[in-house]
Every structure is written in structure tokens, then in C-alpha cells.
Design a protein around this ligand. Sequence first.
Ligand code: ADP
Ligand code: MG
Length: 326
Amino acid sequence: SQLINQIAAGEVVERPASVLKELLENSLDAGADQVEIWAEEGGLRLIRVRDNGHGIDPEDVPLCLARHATSKIRQADDLERISSYGFRGEALPAIASVSRLRLATRSEASLEGRQITAQGGDIAPAAPAAHPVGTTIEVADLFFNTPARRKFLKGERTEFFHLQEVVRSAALSRFDVAFRLQHGERVQLKFAAATDEAARHRRVAEILGAGFLEESLYLEHADLGLRLHGWVGLPTFNRANSGAQYFFVNGRPVRDKVVGHAVRQAFADVLFKGRHPAFVLCLELDPAAVDVNVHPTKHEVRFRDARLVHDFLFRTLHDALGDYRP
Ligand code: ADP
Ligand code: MG
């Protein structure tokens, strides 16, 4: 099963940023509204995520590192209505199989905290540990026991760039949560919980760049059970910027061909060829109309009616941009 975990790790864990993505999702699933991240050497040496979520009951701690033991899927039907980020119960076992992992936690119901460690998948018995309500997970020396995989990692700067992207993306999908990312001695990102519109705008501007809100359209449109809202950068903004693109489907960051195509088509008239428009867009639809179980990293989704989604996105964006005259 060690080998199975390592194989699963090959799918789930590509680089430090994939580890961070899984850890953040678990923190959000645990209802945290404060998440602090520390990284060393681009996350290659260390990634530590600490949250103030509901924590883990002592008797469940060993299960967290056991494959599928915690899977939230209780019946096949649930696959169609997944609302939490995690559901496979394979991320932590997979990460633990290719790193030195330490998990410390305390649940609201228990007086004492608990910790468990694993080295390359060898799990030591859980033991008492001091910890406030919430969970801290440390992942050190990623791929220390699979040197071939380690060789594929890029330098510290590139890996850190990807870590930041994971945090920015989470920050844009969850304005209600405070995030902090420290790299070595430096705090690189810090977002307080944004409870009002001004604070949400500050967060967006901080992530997309000064000027983005002034040079973008805000749109909000619902039809046929679909709802799209967010900001699209206008050509004036896009010309000077690289065009950061964030798309969320029911709160999950998603890269999707259907989405990409609809957006490019909608922008085709107003953008210079080859330019990428910047945007932050959220699509909401019935969870039963979208399959998030396509790939372990959950970056990809499959829409039940891709045509409907494509045309809705294209129409909505095209109409919004239609009102805009350069
Ligand atoms: P999944 O998220 O798919 O359930 P994971 O392997 O990511 O599987 O996590 C295993 C389990 O460990 C989760 O289902 C959850 O019960 C527990 N867990 C992991 N991280 C946290 C956290 N930060 N807070 C509370 N529980 C956690
Ligand atoms: Mg998870």
C-alpha cells in the first residue's frame, strides 16, 4: 500500500504547490477562517499550514494518513453532489508517502491535542501534543525518498511562484478567510478576512494589480440555472498586464477548455490577437451538473451540458463587453 500511496502521489503531488493546494482545501473544509502558511526554499524544504478549523478528533488522527479511510463518499450518489473540496481521502496518505509529514491537531470536543508523524509513508503512533483548536500540518523534504521525482522540480523561485498562485487563487475564492504566506523570514502575502465590499475590492486589486478594478467590468448574470459573476479586465488594462486569469466553478479553481474557449471567443472582438484578458470569474451551478471527479487534482471539471455552459459564458461575457466601446 506504500507503493499505491506513492503512485497516488504521482497523480496528486506534482510539486510543492500541489501539496499546498491540498492542505488549504482541507483547512477550508474544516471551516477555518484563518490560514497561515510558512514555506522554506520554495516549499521544497518545508510547507507548514496552520488553521483554526474544527480540528480532528483524537481517535480519527491515525485515519487521516490511511488511504481512503476518511473518504467522504458514502454512497455513489454523493459523487454528484460534492460540496466540500476533498472527498477522495487520498491526498494526505499520498503526501505522507513522499515527504516527512507532521500533523498536530485538537478538536473542539477534546481537551488535549494530538500529533502524528510519518516518514516516507512510515507512520509513527499518534501521541499527545499541545495544540489550540485547529490543525497544523508540516510537509518537509518533499520527494526525499523519490529522488527521480525531486529532480523534476524547478528552482526555489519558480516553486515559490506557484505557491503564491495557490494562495492568491484561494484568497479570491474565499474572501471570508484570512490568509498569510511567509517565505523564510518574509511575509509575502497577507489578506485579512474581507467582510465588506471595500475590503473585497482591496483584495482583488492587491492580487490582480493596481488599476484592475478601474479598468475592468463587473458583471453578474444568472440564467438557466447558471450564475456568473466577477470582473473582466478591459483592453486598456490588459495591454499593460500579463493577464492573470482566475476562474472558479462552485468555488473551486478550475482550468477548463470549455471555459477557456468561451472566454477567448467573447474577447475576440475587443482584444488584440494573442492577448490574454485578465479576469476573476465565478461560475455557480447545480453541483449535480458538474463532475469534479475527473482527476485527483480536481483542476479539471466535466460539465454535464458543456454546450449550455459554453454558450452561457460566451453570451454573458460578450453582452457585457458589447456595452464597452474602446
Ligand atoms: P479528503 O480531503 O479527500 O477527505 P485528505 O487526504 O485530504 O482527504 O484528508 C484526510 C482527512 O483528514 C480529511 O477527510 C479530514 O477528515 C482530515 N483533515 C485533513 N486536514 C485537516 C484539517 N486541516 N482540519 C481538519 N481535518 C483535516
Ligand atoms: Mg483533502
